[in-house]
Design a protein around this ligand. Structure first.
Ligand code: CA
Ligand code: CA
Ligand code: CA
Length: 354
């Protein structure tokens, strides 16, 4: 057992002991299990970034999409020739890009269907409920600096619509409810990405962050948006924005790691890839203002995704190649975590400085 794992287990035992000792004050507690377990091994590429919604995890492998149910352990393989790397999942609907078009698959009926087969490339789909959005090159004439737009599709009405078709370069849309966010380069080719959003209920587009240098690959959950940000030094840091009160906040910028990238958020829990040699998966509980060392295993971890308090990622610890791993991070009651969190965060921060 690596020292780091033994250290983590000792800390978990200590936290459990603290929790048990004060449980009578606060009722039943569900403690964290930071022991990661593989759900698929033998990936032939690290570019199989998983996505998760509830108990359903999806990722690309060869010419197809794997669907894994964490509750039942069942695994389904959907053939999808030419599938591209980012897969979306919401409820029973899986979406992906293949051969420059967007496709969907209904897990409840086992049926595959086209969502957009327009001219040009359609890539990077994201889905929430009945609404699918993606990055679309249909309006680029192939001349000069390339540009893209964001389009969407309502599965309940079978209607396609445009989300943002300005002359800007709009990429990597993510949707939650009626809110869509993306990385936006106002003047294509000028090297300065920002974060923009659109409320589909009013079709109102708005800027979320237009700081210097690049802001990349936002994710949204409810009113909170997170992204990785190169302002200032140029190293990537994790930032967030609360749409309910228009406040921006820095989440993490620890220089121990070279970059903090690929942020995802569910509720108040943010996860991201912390890159050095090799990289780890870190997280942050925004409610309790607490850092979560989601996975700091010796080997490389990449591309985390979160739903509720379940985190999945791509991991290189296994001898037969890249694998998909999952774990569960703490999501106890706010009152209890407030008490535990002070001691727990203190232990972690002390460890980091030694
Ligand atoms: Ca197409
Ligand atoms: Ca555009
Ligand atoms: Ca910028």
């Amino acid at each position: 057992m690596p020292l780091e794992v033994r250290d983590m287990r000792r800390r978990i035992v200590l936290v459990v002991a603290i929790a048990v000792s004060i449980c009578p004050l606060y009722g039943t507690v569900a403690m964290a299990d930071f022991s990661a377990s593989p759900i698929f091994t033998g990936l032939n590429t690290d570019h199989s970034a998983p996505a998760i919604d509830g108990d359903t995890v999806v990722w690309r492998h060869d010419d197809g999409v794997y669907v894994h149910n964490l509750e039942t352990g069942t695994q389904t393989y959907i053939a999808a020739e030419g599938v591209w790397e980012h897969i979306g999942i919401s409820g029973n609907i899986v979406v992906w890009s293949a051969n420059q078009d967007i496709y969907g698959y209904d897990l409840s009926t086992g049926t595959q269907f086209p969502i957009c087969t327009a001219e040009g490339r359609q890539v990077e789909p994201s889905i929430s409920g009945n609404t699918v959005v993606w990055q679309d090159y249909r309006n680029w004439d192939g001349q000069g600096d390339w540009t893209t737009d964001i389009y969407g599709y309502d599965l309940s009405t079978n209607r396609e619509f445009s989300v943002s078709t300005t002359s800007a370069r709009q990429e990597y849309p993510q949707i939650d409810g009626s809110l869509v966010v993306w990385q936006n380069q106002t003047t294509p080719g000028d090297g300065d990405y920002d974060i923009y959003g659109c409320d589909l209920s009013t079709l109102t587009e708005f800027a979320i962050c237009t700081e210097d240098r690049n802001q990349y690959m936002p994710s949204i959950s409810g009113d909170k948006v997170v992204w990785h940000d190169q302002r200032g030094s140029g190293n990537d840091k994790i930032y967030g924005f609360d749409l309910s009160d228009d406040t921006e906040f820095e989440i993490f910028s620890d220089a121990h790691y070279r970059d903090h990238i690929y942020a995802d958020i569910s509720g108040d829990i943010v996860v991201w890839q912390a890159s050095h040699s090799p990289g780890d998966i870190l997280g942050y509980d925004l409610f309790n203002d607490e850092l979560l060392e989601v996975c700091t295993h010796l080997y490389e971890q990449r591309y985390p995704a979160i739903s509720g308090n379940t985190v999945v990622w791509v991991d290189f610890r296994d001898p037969d190649g890249w694998a998909i791993y999952s774990t569960v991070v703490p999501l106890p009651s706010a009152a209890l975590l407030g008490v535990i969190g002070m001691g727990y965060a203190g232990m972690r921060l002390r460890r980091r400085t030694t």
